[in-house]
Design a protein around this ligand. Structure first.
Ligand SMILES: [Zn+2]
Length: 288
């Protein structure tokens, strides 16, 4: 039986050593699996944060990793990668792995049994971590900025405010130093008690509220960290951020900054060109 990949990104690792357990080539390119890795893979069911890129090296040789992604092998021996995995993350009957996708064929020195050094592209990882933390903070600020528009109780977000994010978010795409989130403002949200008409007529004021809140959170310089229930890629992980309003805890598989003081700014713009679809674009700048 294969063993699940041990992941170290949640502790902030960007380098590590591992033993190659398989090298597979298929429609997704060449996939290298290692027993332990610092690479953060894109999730196959909720692909919000892109996978890390970087290098794998041994001796004097180095090969580029284009992207880390989820891989899994069934108890019957079927190997699947990324969106070809036919079951949800963590499903029983599968062993969960991190795949390192190479653009070309694997060089001869890279084969099952090789000892290798793995290095994540640090500048890109840092940018994605800022993008992911900014995305969560912007969502919490959005919930707060529209809290008065609910006529019914929709459930609470991580700060105890009405959970607009949880009710309406349909996709989240994180990139270096930013994110784009889409929210469905259709009939079902209105039926859940959200006043979409007033929201549309006060859009500019809502955007200002979010940006004022984000500036206040950066000024507070709260700590931000990931807590993992275990060392494999499918163990649950949570983002913790000790904001002045309370300790925000959100289930999250991504990477994050260590402190909100790492930002010079986080701002959002709200777009309601399609009245049924709110697009929130979040942009962050680094303090360093
Ligand atoms: Zn997240």
């Amino acid at each position: 039986m294969p063993t699940p990949t041990i992941v170290t990104f949640s502790g902030g690792a960007v380098t590590g050593e591992g033993l190659v357990t398989r090298v597979e080539s298929g429609s997704a390119g060449t996939i290298v699996v290692v027993d332990a890795t610092p690479f953060h893979p894109v999730d196959h069911t909720w692909p919000d944060q892109p996978g890390d890129d970087g290098t794998i090296a041994a001796g004097g040789d180095t090969v580029r990793v284009a992207e880390a992604l989820m891989a899994a092998v069934s108890d019957e021996g079927a190997f699947a990668v990324g969106s070809d995995i036919p079951v949800k993350r963590g499903a029983e009957g599968w062993t969960w792995l991190v795949g390192h996708r190479l653009d070309g064929a694997a060089p001869g020195w890279l084969a099952a049994g090789s000892r290798v050094n793995l290095s994540v592209d640090v500048a890109r990882r840092d940018g994605l971590s800022r993008g992911h933390t900014a995305c969560h903070l912007a969502s919490l600020a959005l919930d707060l900025a529209v809290a008065d528009l609910w006529r019914k109780e929709p459930g609470e977000d991580a700060l105890g405010n009405p959970d607009f994010e949880g009710r309406a978010n349909q996709s989240s795409r994180i990139h270096e130093d930013g994110a784009v989130d889409e929210y469905r403002l259709g009939k079902s949200l209105r039926r859940a008690g959200f006043d979409t008409e007033t929201f549309a007529t006060t859009l500019v004021e809502r955007e200002q509220r979010i940006n004022t809140q984000l500036a206040a959170w950066i000024a507070a310089g709260s700590s931000s960290r990931i807590e993992a229930e275990g060392p494999t890629i499918v163990d649950r992980r949570r983002w913790h951020c000790e904001l002045p309003e309370g300790d925000a805890v959100i289930l999250c598989g991504g990477t994050h900054v260590e402190s909100v003081s790492e930002f010079a700014s986080i701002t959002v713009s709200l777009d309601l060109t399609d009245p049924q679809l709110l697009v929130m674009t979040t942009s962050a700048t680094s303090a360093a």
